[in-house]
Design a binder for this molecule. Structure first.
Ligand code: FPP
Length: 261
C-alpha cells in the first residue's frame, strides 16, 4: 500500500515536471545558464557525512540538471566545478574532486551521445592531474561532433586569471604588429576569452544561500540575470531549475537601455 502511494506520488510529480518542461520551452528559454554549485559540504554535514559524500551527491545531481536543461532547450550549461582557489582545500578533498570528472564522464558518456551533448571545459587544463585531463580530453574528443547542448565545465577556472592571460595575449599581438591597439575592443576581448565559442550567460544561478561571484565569469556576466537560492546543490532538482527559469522569463532585460527599445 505504501509502495503504491509512493509510486502514485512520484508519478504525479513526474507528470507535473513534464507539464512544467513543456510550459517553459520556446523563445524565452535562456540560451546559456551558468551555475555556481555550492553547498555540498553543508549538505553532507547536515547528514553527519564526510564533505566528500556531499561532492559525490553533487556530481550525481549534475546529471539530473544536465538532462533537465537539455529538455527545456538550453544551448549551453556552464557548471563551476573547481575554482583556482579550491586548491587551498585539504589534499584529500582536492583529490576526491579531481576524480569526479572521470566517474561522471565514464558513466554518463552513452547518454551524452544519445542526447547529442558536447563536453567543453574552461580553466587551466595543464595543471589538472593527468588522470583528470585524460578523462576530460577524451570526453571532449568523443563528443566533438555533437551539435546539441554544450555542457561546459569550469575546472581549475578563475575569471581574473582568464582576463589577465587574455590581456597578455592581446598585448603580445599588438607588440608583434598583428593587431593595432585600437583593435582591442569589447568584442575583441570576448573573442579571446576561454568562453569565446559560447554566448554570454543569460542566467546565473548560485545555490546554498551565498550571494557572491567567487571569481566566476566576471566579464561574461555583465548583463546576466542572477538567481540565488538557499537550496544546497545536491537538493537543487529539476523543479528548482524550472523555478529559476520561470523567474528569468519574468525579468525585463534592458541592457542599460529603456524598455521596448
Ligand atoms: C562548493 O561546495 C562545491 C565545490 C567546490 C565542488 C562542486 C563540484 C560538484 C558539484 C561536482 C562536480 C561534478 C563533476 C562531474 C565535475 P562546498 O563544498 O564549498 O560546500 P559548502 O560551502 O557547503 O562547504
Amino acid at each position: 500500500m505504501l509502495n503504491k502511494l509512493v509510486w502514485r506520488k512520484s508519478d504525479k510529480q513526474n507528470r507535473n515536471l513534464q507539464e512544467r518542461i513543456s510550459d517553459v520551452t520556446g523563445e524565452l528559454v535562456p540560451k546559456h545558464i551558468a551555475i555556481i554549485m555550492d553547498g555540498n559540504g553543508r549538505w553532507a554535514k547536515k547528514r553527519a557525512m564526510p564533505r566528500v559524500a556531499g561532492h559525490h551527491e553533487g556530481m550525481k545531481n549534475v546529471r539530473k540538471i544536465t538532462r533537465a536543461a537539455n529538455a527545456i532547450g538550453v544551448k549551453a550549461l556552464t557548471l563551476y566545478a573547481f575554482s583556482t582557489e579550491n586548491w587551498k582545500r585539504p589534499k584529500f578533498e582536492v583529490e576526491f574532486l579531481m576524480r569526479l570528472p572521470e566517474e561522471f564522464l565514464a558513466s554518463f558518456s552513452p547518454e551524452l551521445m544519445e542526447l547529442n551533448i558536447r563536453i567543453a571545459m574552461i580553466g587551466e587544463m595543464d595543471s589538472l592531474p593527468e588522470h583528470t585531463q585524460k578523462a576530460v580530453k577524451k570526453a571532449m574528443d568523443d563528443t566533438k561532433n555533437n551539435t546539441g547542448m554544450v555542457l561546459n565545465f569550469a575546472l581549475n577556472y578563475g575569471s581574473r586569471s582568464e582576463i589577465v592571460s587574455t590581456v597578455q595575449q592581446l598585448v603580445k599581438k599588438a607588440q608583434d604588429g598583428e593587431i593595432a591597439v585600437e583593435d582591442i575592443t569589447e568584442d575583441c576581448i570576448s573573442a579571446h576569452l576561454m568562453t569565446k565559442e559560447l554566448p554570454e550567460p543569460d542566467l546565473l544561478i548560485r545555490t546554498s544561500g551565498e550571494a557572491r561571484l567567487s571569481n566566476f565569469m566576471l566579464w561574461q556576466l555583465a548583463y546576466t540575470e542572477f538567481w540565488f537560492t538557499d537550496t544546497l546543490w545536491p537538493d537543487f532538482d529539476e523543479h528548482s531549475l524550472l523555478d529559476a527559469v520561470n523567474d528569468y522569463q519574468k525579468r525585463s532585460r534592458r541592457y542599460g537601455g529603456l524598455k521596448g527599445e
